[in-house]
Design a protein around this ligand. Structure first.
Ligand code: NAD
Ligand code: DAU
Length: 355
């Protein structure tokens, strides 16, 4: 059997492909455009593994997707591909509309045509799983209850608006055409292979280079952190047993203020790789201008996923962040390649793809 994963060279998609192939003999066809965020260096361990078929391409390329579906006959398509960084969406929303909205539309259309022509048994077993975010629900005040699946969509950034649009398309393709879809809305992920434009890897790398650790605004914005492998296990569980047309919130009940997260990373680095001058990395914390339209608080109510599908995260924030800091310290080659941009050259040498 085969599954098709989109965006499998990114942070979460890459972790998912690695986890999947560690637990299953099914082939993974990995369709990824290799934008700045796509990094095949993260999948180096799969080199020579015939179960991993990498294809550089765009989810918006309907012909390419149709050809891949016809050739590989996957039993499921999992859509991780997206433009994912809120700050980039503020500076240039165009790519977000292109990939997250139009790309998802084209992908859905290619998948619908493939699914409609499948024999009855394969048609009934087929799944389209769309990976989405808690940001579609907007922002919470300190006293609001965490987001549940019945919360209204109130996206505030170009990124979250584009993801909300993609979620609506997925929902409509189920309602109108009967496409067997599942959607997951997850909170903030962290862990290995995280591109260092996002808060946690940025702070980890800047700290070691003696650079400022930028905190937007007052640093009291709250995010609900989930170790990436726990997100992957939730997606596997939803794919296996989720009810068609349903959405599932994914989170580990780990709300933390940004400043607390950064101080925790500093304390772990102080312990595991103390600064030569004996000072704490926390002295590098620098308050900078706030993100425009910055959402104050996200928090996920994951009770539906826990109760219906029996999913539980394996990591607490404390265990996951310790593992993450240790991973970045132990994987300096990956870090060096990603910060120097050398991973683009590596892609070129291995796959002949344009860096
Ligand atoms: P990422 O930016 O690290 O990776 C995205 C991947 O998609 C990259 O490999 C990129 O090359 C690829 N891609 C981009 N445009 C493409 C296109 N048009 N066609 C094919 N491939 C394309 O993102 P991530 O953090 O791994 O997020 C993956 C998914 O999970 C996204 O849909 C995101 O919205 C969602 N999500 C992320 C988080 C988080 O905390 N990172 C939390 C919840 C949901
Ligand atoms: O909630 C899920 C979302 O989490 C995903 O859908 C997005 O794809 C993912 O990027 C993430 O979005 P955030 O905007 O929450 O993540 P980011 O790491 O960019 O920022 C986390 C918090 O830290 C946020 O409140 C902004 C703040 N921040 C971020 C950066 C990069 C800083 O204070 N300083 C920084 O330099």
């Amino acid at each position: 059997m085969t599954i098709l994963v989109t965006g499998g060279a990114g942070f979460i998609g890459g972790n998912f492909v690695l986890d999947w192939l560690a637990q299953s003999d099914e082939t993974v066809v990995n369709l990824d455009k290799l934008t700045y965020a796509g990094n095949l260096d993260s999948l180096k361990s799969l080199q020579g593994d015939a179960r991993h078929v990498f294809v550089q391409g765009d989810i918006g390329d309907r012909e390419l997707v149709a050809r891949l579906l016809a050739e590989h006959q996957p039993r499921a398509v999992l859509n991780f591909a997206a433009e994912s960084h809120v700050d980039r969406s503020i500076h240039g929303p165009g790519d977000f509309i292109q990939t997250n909205v139009l790309g998802t539309f084209n992908l859905l259309e290619a998948v619908r045509a493939y699914w409609a022509a499948l024999p009855e048994q394969a048609k009934a077993a087929f799944r389209f799983l769309h990976v989405s975010t808690d940001e579609v629900y907007g922002t919470l005040s300190e006293t609001d209850a965490p987001f549940s699946e019945s919360n209204r969509y109130e996206p505030n950034s170009p990124y979250s608006a584009s993801k909300a649009a993609s979620d609506h398309l997925v929902r409509a393709w189920h309602h109108t055409y009967g496409l067997p879809v599942l959607t997951t809305n997850c909170s903030n992920n962290y862990g290995p292979y995280h591109f260092p434009e996002k808060l946690i890897p940025l702070v980890l790398l800047n700290a070691q280079k003696g650079k400022p650790l930028p905190i937007y605004g007052d640093g009291q914005q709250i995010r609900d952190w989930l170790y990436v492998k726990d997100h992957c296990s939730a997606i596997r569980r939803v794919l296996e047993a989720g009810r068609l047309g349903e959405t599932y919130n994914v989170g580990g009940w780990n709300e933390k203020a940004n400043l607390e997260v950064v101080k925790t990373i500093c304390a772990l680095l102080d312990e595991l790789k103390p600064r030569a001058d004996g000072q704490s990395y926390a002295t590098q914390i620098t308050f900078v201008q706030d993100r425009p339209g910055h959402d104050r608080r996200y928090a996920i109510d994951a009770r539906k996923l826990e109760a219906e599908l029996g999913w539980k995260p394996a990591e607490t924030f404390e265990s996951g962040i310790r593992k993450t800091v240790a991973w970045y310290l132990a994987n300096q080659d990956w870090v060096e390649n990603v910060t120097s941009g050398a991973y683009r050259d590596w892609v070129f040498t291995q796959y002949g793809a344009k860096p």
